[in-house]
Design a protein around this ligand. Structure first.
Ligand code: GAL
Length: 503
């Protein structure tokens, strides 16, 4: 009986333990050489039994790289190359990492340098923007080699995807070390007095008030403080055109509305898309409209619309909506499926003749190797510079505060701006950059900035508080499909009332 009981116990115990015992033993840490056709989640699946464990492989490899440069440095999980040496963590290490991993914090996948990290958050992922940022990283890395730079991007032009993600991090007390912030009223949306540190001391120590133009300084000051160090000045109102298409058709870039319609008709008759657009991000059509507004109302009235001096019921707003509605009849029909740069391919591919977009397009064209382009102010905007600027901020709870302060100084410096702007396609925020470093377009932008009437871009955070920008953007996105001029004008007036600028 006793024997039988023991036998039953043994069988029962085996039933419980055999599956565990026969499962693969927990993996030990090991090297792995990437072969063609590998991707990180495939490697994670094969060695750790979980494709979602790829961040653990990325982090472990980056940590190894810090000690031994024969291991790869993985900056982008989607880009690993044959021959790279990875480190697969042990099952135990992997589980410990995954327990703390948060996908909204890309810095977790990177190693910590001897002097910590510098987590820079931006939406610069397109060609030109990404290269410009890397140029500034190179300067920082040469000065602070012990800091591990983490490029924490959230893709999506103009930052409409980025801002909600960033706000969540700020509110959670878990911010990056610094983040991209448009100069102007956009900062209001981040509640700077709660979440950011003023940068006035950096302005003083670096002499920035003496070197930035006064128009820009005015834009940067909010509630008596500076909350970001600007790296550039961008122009919203540029009409890019394909030189060969224009030359073949015997056309010259239009300077006013009548010429624009005539040129667009001639191009249409040739089977070319007159005006290329990509509107998938929801901000591109509003961007074009802000330029149409400036080109229809003129600089003074355009500015007055944002300060309350001119009501949105003004006839020039009606006219601007009519112009924009007509303009949309000349646009590629697939625009809702394309991003701003996707739309730009119409020019590169010689299928589209013109495009209205900010001058980051110049950086992007360069990155794409496209040189057959010319530029002109969009109709009615000769002598008007619709401006904006990108700056970097300092969150109160930046985990690597000293590194972030050093970054802000690089952002404001001559060498930082000279490394960044020629690639980014913007002009320096500083007034002492060497013009010889900049291409012909940017030299023309410098001259225009010095002589034109400067007005603030709304879509890129300069002219209005964020909630107003959103209302403006939504009204114009709706207008693209509805074409309802009166209804849209009423919505725009209401948006101004809601922003407490109009009565
Ligand atoms: C703007 C930003 C530019 C450029 C553009 C497209 O808002 O100021 O630097 O990145 O978006 O993403």
């Amino acid at each position: 009986m006793k024997k039988l009981f023991s036998l039953i116990m043994i069988v029962a115990l085996l039933a419980v333990f055999v599956p565990v015992v026969s499962a693969a033993p927990p993996a030990q840490g090991q090297e792995y050489i990437v072969t063609a056709g590998d991707w990180l989640s495939k490697v994670a699946d094969k060695y750790l039994g979980n494709p979602l464990a790829w961040p653990a492989v990325m982090q472990a490899t980056n940590q190894k790289n810090m000690e031994d440069s024969s291991f790869a440095k993985i900056n982008n999980a989607d880009l690993i190359e044959p021959g790279w040496k990875l480190w697969i963590p042990s099952t135990e290490e992997c589980e410990a990492f995954l327990a703390i991993y948060d996908p909204s914090k890309p810095e977790l996948c990177f190693a910590k340098g001897p002097a910590g990290q510098l987590v820079v958050a931006s939406w610069w992922t397109a060609g030109g923007e990404a290269e410009g940022l890397n140029g500034m990283f190179d300067i920082y890395a040469s000065k602070y080699p012990d800091v591990e730079i983490v490029n924490a991007t959230v893709a999506g032009g103009a930052g409409f995807v980025f801002r909600p993600v960033l706000k969540t991090r700020l509110i959670a007390g878990d911010p990056p070390d610094t983040f991209q912030l448009h100069a102007g009223l956009e900062v209001e949306g981040y509640d700077p007095e709660t979440y950011l540190d003023p940068l006035d001391d950096i302005y003083a120590s670096e002499g920035l008030e003496e070197i930035f133009p006064s128009d820009l300084l005015t834009l940067l000051e909010y509630k008596g403080h500076y909350w970001g160090v600007p790296v550039n000045i961008h122009r919203s109102n540029v009409l890019w055109y394909d030189k060969s298409i224009f030359a073949d058709a015997g056309l010259t870039p239009p300077t006013n509305w009548d010429e624009f319609w005539a040129v667009a008709d001639a191009l249409k008759a040739q089977g070319v898309v007159p005006l290329a657009m990509g509107t998938s991000g929801g901000w591109e059509a509003p961007h074009v409209f802000e330029d149409v507004l400036a080109g229809t109302c003129g600089a003074e009235k355009y500015s007055g619309l944002w300060t309350g001096a001119v009501p949105w019921t003004d006839p020039c707003v009606t006219e601007a909506l009519e112009n924009f509605k007509k303009m949309l009849t000349y646009v590629n029909t697939d625009h809702p499926a394309l991003s701003w740069d996707g739309g730009g391919h119409y020019l590169i591919d010689n299928k589209g003749a013109m495009m209205i977009m900010g001058d980051w397009t110049n950086g992007w064209f360069q990155a794409e190797g496209y040189t057959d382009y010319g530029w002109a102010p969009p109709p009615g905007t000769k002598g008007i510079f619709v401006g904006l600027s990108d700056s970097f901020s300092l969150p109160k709870e930046a985990p690597n505060r000293d590194n972030a302060i050093a970054w802000a100084k690089v952002c404001g410096s001559k060498e930082g701006q000279e490394a960044f702007n020629p690639k980014k396609g913007s002009i320096c925020a500083r007034t002492d950059c060497d013009p010889a470093l900049f291409n012909e377009y940017l030299q023309s932008a410098m001259a225009d900035w010095a002589s034109d009437a400067i007005v603030a871009s709304v879509v890129h955070g300069a002219a209005a508080i964020e909630s107003w920008v959103t209302d403006f953007k939504d009204a114009i996105v709706l207008f693209v499909t509805s074409g309802d001029v009166a209804g849209t004008q009423a919505a725009l007036q209401q948006a101004c009332v809601d922003a407490e600028v109009c009565q």
